[in-house]
Design a protein around this ligand. Structure first.
Ligand code: IMP
Length: 431
């Protein structure tokens, strides 16, 4: 005890990976609850670089049990490649440290092809998906024709399901989208084989988590993407197809909501977005270039450059409310160094009216103009700082203002990419 949910408060890429890595040291169980290999983070441990898309980075810690919950969409090819890469570097992966829910939905090759072909067909209105088949897989889940991990490992059920769904997929691919169809035999053999390789990892994740909670273990819920990419609460339709918000942690794993004790919101000290969609504080000037360059803002999954802009407190306050945040972790604060002034968007102005929450329609969102508050910047390098009191006065002032506007305490501050480049004000596992 306690259990912590780590959620992104913006549009993903807030630097959750580093914070999750820090907290994992004190967790016995780490669990993914939504999304799939549209997520990605890079971890540098000593001289070695690891890239994770599906498996929690907790796999690098001895004695940590990593779980993939039912809310995730899992591409078995990607998972097996990730397992192989880890094993080739001497990290053992097996049922003792990785378990997958039997109820997890499987991303099939037709999901990937549909994702890419649909995006092409959308033309200028494209969402900018990662092309990993995420949306089409969640569509099948909701349409009750999805293939789950328990089906993948059963050759007969897999055969029956593939034969059932393929005619419709092929019709869409061929007749509607002008893409190549699939033959059942192209899919069956490799997927049956992958199912057999993954069989030993299947488990009832809900039971495992409930037992861990009963035994007083620390559980860390690792959110992917961010609050404003949430299918219900985000900037629809420029969203992903799952629920990154904290409530998704319960649905996506099978542990009741009363067991989610702390909700830590990860806030990048500025804002980024990959793909299309409204972004009121986007900077298309030299500030945007500074943030992109200093923050190395290129996607770890697709390599696309990220759009950059000032910190948006309207976005953050929505995240506080939607997730019930109990603490904040501010990341990449060092990237703001040398910018002067530093700006925070405190409200929007739409058609001459000030508003403090995000409108539900795209048309209104696109008309939102940021109302900025300007604060003095700082010149000093922050990367060596380990205590709040040692930060420059202007940096402290900026953080206090963010905290005051958000109404939630800042618990962790990241001042550089390395594990130790961190100021811990309050460790959420200790209170
Ligand atoms: P999808 O999740 O691939 O369907 O993509 C839908 C939208 O979510 C696109 O704008 C993607 O760029 C965005 N997205 C998905 N995963 C991530 C992520 O991990 N970080 C940032 N954006 C993401």
């Amino acid at each position: 005890m306690p259990n912590i949910v780590v959620v992104g408060t913006q549009w993903g890429d807030e630097g959750k990976g580093k914070i999750v890595d820090l907290l994992t040291a004190q967790a016995q169980v780490v669990v993914r609850y939504q999304g799939g290999n549209n997520a990605g983070h890079t971890l540098v441990v000593g001289q070695e670089k690891f890239i994770f898309h599906l498996i929690p980075s907790g796999i690098l810690h001895d004695g940590t049990l990593c779980l993939i919950g039912n809310g995730v969409v899992l591409d078995p090819e990607v998972l097996l490649a990730e397992i192989d890469r880890l094993q080739s570097r001497g990290i053992a992966v097996g049922p003792e440290n990785l378990r997958i829910s039997e109820r997890t939905q499987v991303i099939m090759p037709y999901h990937r092809r549909l994702d890419v072909a649909r995006e092409e067909a959308r033309g200028v209105g494209r969402i900018g998906t990662t092309g990993r088949g995420i949306g089409p897989c969640y569509e099948d889940k909701a349409a009750r024709r999805g293939i789950r991990m328990a089906d993948l490992v059963n050759p007969e059920i897999l055969r029956a399901k593939v034969w059932e769904v393929l005619p419709e997929k092929n019709f869409l691919l061929e007749k509607w989208l002008g893409a190549e169809p699939f033959r059942p035999e192209d899919i069956l053999e490799p997927y049956q084989e992958m199912g057999q390789r993954l069989k030993a990892l299947l488990a009832n994740v809900s039971v495992l988590l409930n037992n861990a909670a009963r035994d007083g273990q620390n559980i860390l819920f690792e959110g992917a993407q961010g609050t404003h990419l949430d299918i219900d609460h985000g900037t629809y339709p420029f969203v992903t197809s799952s629920n990154p918000v904290a409530g998704g942690a319960s649905i996506g794993t099978g542990l009741g909501p009363r067991q989610l004790h702390h909700i830590l919101g990860i806030v990048k000290a500025y804002t980024t977005r990959v793909g299309g969609g409204p972004f009121p504080t986007e900077c298309l000037d030299e500030v945007g270039t500074h943030l992109q360059k200093e923050g190395m803002e290129f996607g770890s999954t697709t390599g696309r450059p990220r759009r950059c802009g000032w910190l948006d407190l309207v976005v953050l306050k929505e995240a506080v409310r939607l997730n019930g945040l109990t603490g904040l972790a501010i990341t990449k604060l060092d990237v703001l160094t040398t910018l002067n002034p530093v700006k925070i968007c405190v409200a929007y102005e739409v058609d001459g009216t000030r508003r403090d929450s995000m409108p539900a329609t795209l048309a209104e969102l696109e008309r939102c103009r940021p109302v900025f508050e300007e604060l003095p910047g700082w010149q000093a390098d922050l990367r060596g700082v380990r205590r709040f009191a040692d930060l420059p006065a202007a940096t402290q002032n900026y953080l206090r203002r963010v905290e005051e506007l958000a109404g939630v305490p800042i618990q962790i501050i990241s001042v550089g990419p390395e594990r130790e480049e961190t100021v811990i004000i309050q460790n959420p596992f200790q209170g």
